[in-house]
Ligand binder design. Structure first.
Ligand SMILES: Cc1cc2nc3c(=O)[nH]c(=O)nc-3n(C[C@H](O)[C@H](O)[C@H](O)COP(=O)(O)OP(=O)(O)OC[C@H]3O[C@@H](n4cnc5c(N)ncnc54)[C@H](O)[C@@H]3O)c2cc1C
Length: 578
């Protein structure tokens, strides 16, 4: 019997695995991942990881930036724990071998980042996620006893009597379906940007973990808050990291004008200072793009309207030293050189602030089930996450969830495998075999996915309105039913990617419905959730998390949960590095 079974081999999952192995070497730990761990989305993070380091910065300031950045929807006890543990985690990574970039005198280098009033974003050039994940992966290899299920896809959590007992998973290479019994399960399955048509997220980010928990009765939290990143490459959606603006890049419209100076970015002074405006919060920058488009000041391309990111004045040597990957991406995917050319960019769906509702140790309301990383909502991101907070988040809360799961497994040792577990496993195997056997003669998976993505973009994009959201509720419910009958042509067992795609589509449809339901329920504008029919923030009613449960008929049922305020009462949202 596995003591701690971790679903996900990204940063949160691997950090949790190390925490368990270090806490109690006698526990049996396993990591299940639908891709080889180094291919998890964490690898693609570029810009950096925030943690207070130098003199002149304080933990309280990092807390305040995070809380005001999140438009007062963050739980402040979680933010305090996060901010105080983040520096220890980044130093720990250094000790495990992470090559943080350095100043010439040997100190760890930091760069500015959007919404952070002090320089506290550590980085490893602009391949921070690659080095971070590599460091964690190589560290897990020290612990020979960590069992790995690489390229296994989890389709179901086994839950009986309010307690988790393991998972059911398919080995993608062979099609073998197995029940893996476990005393505890940690979900570290990442985000679900793929519910949108245009996203920076890898194809594997389909919200599986959120759907697994939600189907078994665990609520999801704050699902309406979707972060658009202002600078994605048109067509591919590949991210041009905020580090490009942190290093001095400008955003200009079709007239070559730095248009952000015309907008209120929430900086302490009404007009942002020229040197800091490109580092305004991501939600405000993405909203400014929509207004530029309305004014006819964007440039039309076959892949939608764009503005330009201008790095030319930085010079070749700075670009190569600080943001070499930006140059590499532009050359490979856009056929241009940022040292001499303007980079076309447009806002792109990037990050879901919401996720599985957990406490500060990653525990969900289902006994023995924990969640950490992007799939969880602790919540430190509130209504709008600050860039570079997520990498330290996966470390801090990955570790916390690992330790809490280990404690749960120890105190529930020696429990026999329930017969209900075997029955649930057998049912799930039969269901998957039916699908693979060619069950379903309806529409194609890709067509349904595209409909879902466009419905979501239309209803729950940068701006939302009640009537459009109401329509989307029905459209998505209908798509959910049609997906049950989706056509599956491939009946083979080896690498049946069609079977996996269908499970991912089911998961995404569950998530898409919660996003729209929560967005409809929240009749105010806050952070990344902007309603054209309710334009003001309403603390009286909505200084609260959205908590969404799955009703017996499969529809989302939304309620509110108070936000934890410790030391920072709600105030004006003030930003900018003035
Ligand atoms: C392009 C890009 C750049 C970013 N840059 C930054 C940055 O500079 N700074 C920052 O702080 N944040 C950044 N972020 C955000 C940050 O990288 C992520 O939030 C974070 O890495 C997520 O880590 P995770 O461990 O939660 O999930 P992931 O790294 O996404 O890992 C998820 C894991 O779950 C597994 N999995 C999922 N479903 C299943 C299933 N059904 N069965 C089995 N396994 C499953 C996957 O195989 C994978 O191993 C960026 C994000 C993107 C997309």
């Amino acid at each position: 019997m596995i003591d701690v079974l971790i679903v996900g081999g990204g940063g949160a999952g691997l950090r949790a695995a190390i925490a368990v192995a270090e806490t109690d070497p006698s526990l049996r730990v396993a990591v299940v991942s639908k891709v080889y761990p180094m291919r998890s989305h964490t690898v693609s993070a570029e810009g950096g990881a925030a943690a207070v380091i130098g003199a002149g910065d304080t933990l309280d300031e990092h807390c305040y930036d995070t809380i005001s950045g999140g438009d007062w929807l963050c739980d402040q006890d979680a933010v305090e724990a996060f901010v105080s543990e983040a520096p220890k985690e980044l130093i720990q990574l250094e000790h495990w071998g992470c090559p943080w970039s350095r100043e010439s005198d040997g100190r760890v280098a930091v760069r500015p980042f959007g919404g952070m009033k002090k320089m506290r974003t550590w980085y490893a050039a602009d391949k921070t996620g690659f080095h971070l994940l590599h460091t964690l992966f190589q560290t897990t290899l020290k612990y020979q006893d960590i069992i790995r299920y690489d390229e296994w896809y989890v389709t179901k959590l086994v839950v009986d009597d309010g307690r988790v007992h393991g998972v059911v998973a398919v080995e993608i290479r062979t099609g073998r379906v197995e029940t893996i019994p476990a005393r505890t399960v940690v979900l570290a399955t990442g985000g679900c940007g793929k519910v949108f048509p245009f996203t920076t997220n890898a194809a594997i980010k389909t919200g599986d973990g959120m759907a697994l928990a939600y189907r078994e009765g665990a609520p999801l939290k704050d699902m309406e808050f979707v972060q658009y990143h202002p600078t994605g490459l048109p067509f591919t959606g590949i991210l041009i990291t905020e580090a490009a603006r942190a290093e001095g890049g400008w955003l200009i419209n079709k007239d070559g004008y730095r248009y952000l100076q015309d907008y209120d970015l929430g900086s302490p002074t009404p007009t942002p200072k020229l040197r800091s405006m490109e580092l305004g919060p991501r939600d405000r920058l993405s909203q400014a793009f929509v207004h530029e488009q309305e004014k006819g000041r964007t440039v039309d391309t076959p892949y939608g309207p764009v503005v330009y990111l201008d790095l030319r004045h930085l010079g070749e040597s700075k670009i190569d030293a600080r943001i070499p990957f930006v140059r590499e991406l532009c050359r490979s995917y856009q056929n241009l050189d940022p040292a001499t050319d303007l980079i076309p960019v447009r806002p792109v769906a990037h990050y879901m602030m919401g996720g599985v509702h957990t406490d500060i140790d990653g525990a969900t309301p289902i006994a023995g089930l924990f969640a950490a990383g992007e799939t969880a909502c602790v919540s430190i991101n509130g209504a709008n996450r600050l860039g570079s907070n997520s990498l330290p988040e996966i470390l801090v809360f990955g570790r916390r969830a690992g330790i809490a799961a280990a404690a749960f497994a120890r105190s529930h040792a020696g429990q026999a495998e329930a017969s209900a577990v075997r029955a649930q496993g057998a049912d799930e195997r039969r269901r998957l075999e039916r699908v693979r056997g060619g069950g379903g003669h309806g529409e194609r998976i890709a067509d349904l996915r595209e409909r879902m993505q466009h419905t979501l973009e239309g209803a729950a994009g940068i701006y939302r309105a009640g009537d459009v959201l109401t329509k989307a509720v029905d459209t998505l419910a209908d798509l959910g039913e049609r997906a049950q009958e989706a056509r599956v042509d491939d009946s083979s067992t080896a690498f049946n990617t069609e079977l996996i795609s269908l499970q991912e589509l089911h998961a995404m449809l569950e998530i898409a419905r919660t996003v729209v339901a929560c967005a409809l329920n929240r009749q105010e504008s806050r952070g990344a959730h902007q309603r054209t029919d309710f334009t003001a923030r309403d603390d009286e009613t909505y200084l609260a998390h959205s908590l969404v449960h799955r009703a017996p008929d499969g529809s989302p049922s939304v309620g509110l949960l108070p936000v934890t305020i410790t030391r920072w009462p709600p105030g004006e949202r003030v930003y900018g590095r003035d």
